[in-house]
Design a binder for this molecule. Structure first.
Ligand code: GFB
Length: 318
């Protein structure tokens, strides 16, 4: 492995959004980097309020910042709360990036999403597909905010020489996911529904849409490892895709979770619910060339996610 261009040892590293799935995985991963990890709860600062963010950043002066804070959710949350997804995310990233510049943060990593790419982008989607076509309507509000975050990092790099980078992860799942049937993403929702059906001995589980959309799923602990790798090894204007390069249909995903959970019933596909983007798989050539690949196969990651759900949320009796 090449020597880090930005070693974290001895640095003050702020993880914004440490209670979320990505942020909490980052805190776990950073524990072995020999750095001081800074976090802030809602009571310390509301990231949507410029004055609060500027005051906290001036008082705490981190050397490095991970922006894992965001208003996030699955396809239905995105489609029904467009104002929050656009406003909250624009404010969070603008406040953090601008105040990082003001207090002289040496390195910043902004976390985006694969939904920044056009709905019908050629697959797999390479970084240069950004802004080449119309966005997927169910999540264009979130995507526009995340595209603005990428552009903020690039603008501060160009105008002020700030070493601010952006990483675009694919669909995430794992430890500490949000278990909420209307607001959450597909993996958490299917884990909840499949576990409940197994406990209650039901013979079907409802899956939204047609089951045919293809998605690429990245495990939370792999994501954190990839982000720490980028923080240490990458300095460049282009955002970088972080994924596995493999894809599965939603039907395949449901079957995989059923195996992991020990559910033997069937599935009913509800085509009145949206499918969203038909296919979303990342071109991960740049990340691979930098020297990083994801380690956790889908089924092993699902086992860990399911065990976390049973231990922390549902209990073995559901
Ligand atoms: O994970 P998800 O909500 O987000 O849905 P997207 C993925 C696919 O799973 C869609 C289907 O085709 C859903 O219709 N699906 C099946 C379900 N059953 C369910 C269910 O019970 N719950 C959910 N949520 N989906 C998100 C964006 O899009 O991708 C976010 O909305 C973000 O902004 C994220 O960018 C990465 O993959 O469609």
């Amino acid at each position: 492995m090449a020597e880090a261009v930005f070693p974290l040892t001895g640095k003050r590293v702020f993880v914004a959004g440490h209670r979320g799935m990505a942020g909490s995985a980052l805190v776990r991963r950073l524990a072995s980097e020999g750095c001081a990890i800074l976090t802030a709860g809602r009571a310390d600062m509301d990231l949507r309020r410029q004055a609060e963010v500027e005051a906290w950043m001036a008082a705490n002066r981190p050397d490095a910042v991970f922006i894992a804070a965001a208003t996030v959710g699955g396809i239905l949350a995105n489609a029904t709360r467009p104002a929050e997804f656009l406003y909250d995310n624009l404010m969070i990233e603008a406040n953090l990036i601008h105040s990082a510049h003001r207090v002289g943060v040496k390195k910043l990593l902004f976390l985006g999403s694969s939904c920044i790419y056009p709905r019908l982008a050629p697959q797999p989607m390479a970084e240069d597909q950004l802004l080449t076509g119309p966005l997927e309507p169910t999540n264009e509000w979130y995507a526009v905010a995340k595209i603005a975050g990428i552009k903020l990092c690039q603008a501060y790099r160009r105008q002020y020489g700030s070493d601010f980078i952006a990483a675009m992860p694919t669909n995430l799942y794992g430890l500490g996911d949000r278990y909420d049937l209307t607001q959450g993403h597909v993996v958490a929702a299917l884990i909840m529904k499949i576990h409940a059906a197994k406990i209650a001995n039901h013979d079907t589980v409802e899956v939204w849409g047609t089951g045919t959309p293809k998605r690429e799923f990245l495990f939370s602990e792999d994501l954190a490892d990839g982000l720490v790798f980028l923080m240490k090894h990458y300095s460049g204007e282009s955002h970088i895709n972080v994924g596995t390069g493999s894809e599965a249909t939603i039907g395949d995903l449901a079957a995989c979770i059923a195996r992991v959970a020990g559910y033997r019933g069937g599935f009913r596909f509800d085509a009145s619910k949206p499918d969203g983007t038909p296919r979303k798989v990342m071109d991960i050539a740049r990340m691979t060339a930098l020297g990083w690949t994801a380690r956790t196969p889908l089924e092993r990651g699902m086992e860990a996610a399911y065990a976390w759900y049973v231990d922390h949320v549902a209990g073995p009796a559901g």
